[in-house]
Structures are given as structure tokens and as C-alpha cells.
Ligand binder design. Sequence first.
Ligand SMILES: Nc1ncnc2c1ncn2[C@@H]1O[C@H](COP(=O)(O)OP(=O)(O)O)[C@@H](O)[C@H]1O
Ligand SMILES: [Mg+2]
Length: 306
Amino acid sequence: GQTGSGKTFTIQGDAKNPGLTPRIFEELFTILDSMDNFEVSLSCYMVELYLESLKDLLRPKKAAEVPLEIKKNAHGMVVVEGAHEIPIESLSQANKIFEFGLDNRKTASTNMNATSSRSHLVFSIVINSRNKQTGQRTVGKLSLVDLAGSERVSKTGADKERLKEALAINKSLSALGNVISALGDGKKKHVPYRDNKLTMLMEDSLGGNAKTLMFVNVSPASYNTDETNTSLTYAKRVKNIKNVAVKNTKSKQTDKMNAIIMELQGEITRLESKLEEGGVKFRRTNTNFNIGEGDEEEKEFDPDEE
Ligand SMILES: Nc1ncnc2c1ncn2[C@@H]1O[C@H](COP(=O)(O)OP(=O)(O)O)[C@@H](O)[C@H]1O
Ligand SMILES: [Mg+2]
């Protein structure tokens, strides 16, 4: 959505109306408290993309600033090398860390909204868990992304710095649009994630192994019809993306169980063909028993859900 339409408010809210982030923290800790069977550790990183350069918002004041690099780990999870990953021990600490990062966020004024941010914000919580009984480890990530405003360059003012910001924002949002188009197309073809740092940062939230929810904020004013139209067209394209999310797990236990399952599957097939030889006809309904990796309930990206 364009600047002033309520994106940041949706993510952060205020004291009276908490936004997504404080609500997510609360929900997350409620869930964790009920997971007696698991050892769970949380950590987070928070980066800002401003004029094509990345900034670590959780860098301790005394730590040296190092160049950040976007990479992917063995799970296909995006990692920002050089950015501080801070352990989260409690709900109040989570809120404090988020506030600390926000204080560091670069803001500049535009004609449209004096306090609006001209940067993209990515806040990610990495969740590592271990099942105490099976030893199975699972790693997941929850990312909150607050995008910069998508308004037309002409509305942002003639100031040279503002123009530079607007062009960088348009470039990154176009790159995001292109990735969304390629993903929504259905056919497996090249997805241009690497065209922009924003799409590199969001790669594991968009096309891969993820469940994604996108909010579109629009202005009701007729003066903003163009932007509203652009935002809704964008949203329509996002609706075409279908993601399949599976748990990132791996353990000796599941390897062993999968081997046993494969053996049993072979046994079933052998018995079935024997029965068929004897004239018995039947239909098997479930043929995929593999567990652990790649079998979690398949979930399509559906913005209408929930
Ligand atoms: N649902 C809402 N209720 C109350 N105030 C809101 C709401 N949504 C946005 N605002 C206010 O409108 C202004 C612009 O919203 P903001 O979230 O900063 O827009 P954006 O991030 O899209 O530029 C802010 O002052 C914000 O507090
Ligand atoms: Mg904002």
C-alpha cells in the first residue's frame, strides 16, 4: 500500500490497539508454554533495506558495523550474514528487542506522511525446537515485513533525496512484483529473486517452503485512485501463488522409521499382488506413508483463509 494507508500500524499498532507483532509475540509464547515435550529456543534478527543498502537494526551500539550479506542455509532458509541474531528469552524481552530495532529504523519525511518510513523492514524470529522424546529437531522462521510506500514518484516531492528514495522503493517493489508474477504463473520457471535485495530477503517467505499472509492497505480518497488500483492489482497477482509448506525436520529416529516404512510398503505391495493373483480386487487409498520430511499437510497459499 501507499504511504499513510496503515501498513506500519498493521504491523506495530499502538498501546490501545496492538498490531500484528505484539499479538504474534503473545500467541507465540502461549504456544511455547504449552509445549512441555519440546525444548525450544528463539532468536531474532531485524534488518532494514534503505536505498539498496542493508542495515542491522539489532546491532549493539558498541559493535562495529559490518557489511551484511544475504545467504541461504542448508534448509533453504534465508540468513543475513553479519546481522546480529539475538536470543529471545521471554515475551517482555521480545517486545524490548523489537522496540530497540524500531528506534534504529531510518525515517525521513515525505510530503505525504511526515513520519512515514522510506525503508523496508524485515523482522524474523527463528524457532529451533527439539522433541525431548524422539530427539527430532525442527527449525522454522516467522518473518514480519513492513514494506515502504508504493506511491507514485510524482507525489513524493521534488527533493533530490526523496526522489532517490522513491526510485529505490519502486525498483524493489517492481522486483517483488516480478517474483510474485513468476510464482503465480504456476509453471515452474525462473523466479528472479536475485534481482533485488528485498526479494532475496523474502525468498523463503514467498516461493519456497512457507505459509505467507499479505495485507494490502489502500486509501479511500479519490485523489489516491491510481495507487489504490495499483495495490489491488498487486494483491490479485499475489492470490495466484500456491505454496507448499513442510516442516524442516531431520533426526536419526525419522530416518530409521522411514526405512521401516519403506520395507513395510514393499511388503504390502508384495501381499497385494499375491491377493490379486488369487482374484481379490481392492483399492488402496493411501500410498504415501513417508514421514518427517516432505509429508506435512500440504497447505496452499490462500489469502482468503482465516
Ligand atoms: N487502523 C488505524 N487506526 C488508527 N490509526 C491508524 C490506523 N491505521 C493507520 N493509522 C494512523 O495513520 C497514520 C499512517 O499510518 P501508517 O501505518 O504509518 O501508514 P504506512 O505505514 O502505510 O505509511 C499513522 O499516524 C497511523 O497511526
Ligand atoms: Mg510505514
